[in-house]
Design a protein around this ligand. Sequence first.
Ligand code: 4NP
Length: 163
Amino acid sequence: MNVERPLSVLFVCLGNICRSPTAEAVFAARVADAGLSDRIHSDSAGTGDWHLGRPPDPRTRRAARARGYDLERLRARQVVPADFRDFDYILAMDNANLRDLQLLRPQWYDGRLDLFLRAAGNAAVAEVPDPYAGDAGHFEAVLDLIEGGVDGLLAVLRHRHSV
Ligand code: 4NP
């Protein structure tokens, strides 16, 4: 019996209504497909507090649904200090999110705080751009980046942690 605690991954963006809930839903779907749901736990949060308790943006839900991801039950939350206790990986969608997280990071945190796409091994693109003021094409581009990033991230995690 494996009694290790699951590997944990927190995806973070600004509002927690577009990018990070999408990344978490896609990641959780891939983890489930790989039969690893009991080994890898994930969640998402925002650095900002404007949308607390709200479901993901309707444009995000629509774009995700069209690719088979269900974001309907998610509700936005803000990053809290306990996240640094609870998550082995805290992965930011863009550099502004990463800077905000670095200000919150306790000295004792020994997990990996990084850009999502860098942790995923994507050398070509570093950031998932904020689609909030964009059009449908921006939301599709977010999904494209996230789907590719999640595949890379899962491969990195499986290799590094032998899961
Ligand atoms: P997210 O997108 O950070 O991907 O959830 C945004 C959502 C809301 C806002 C900005 C970005 N906002 O300014 O309210």
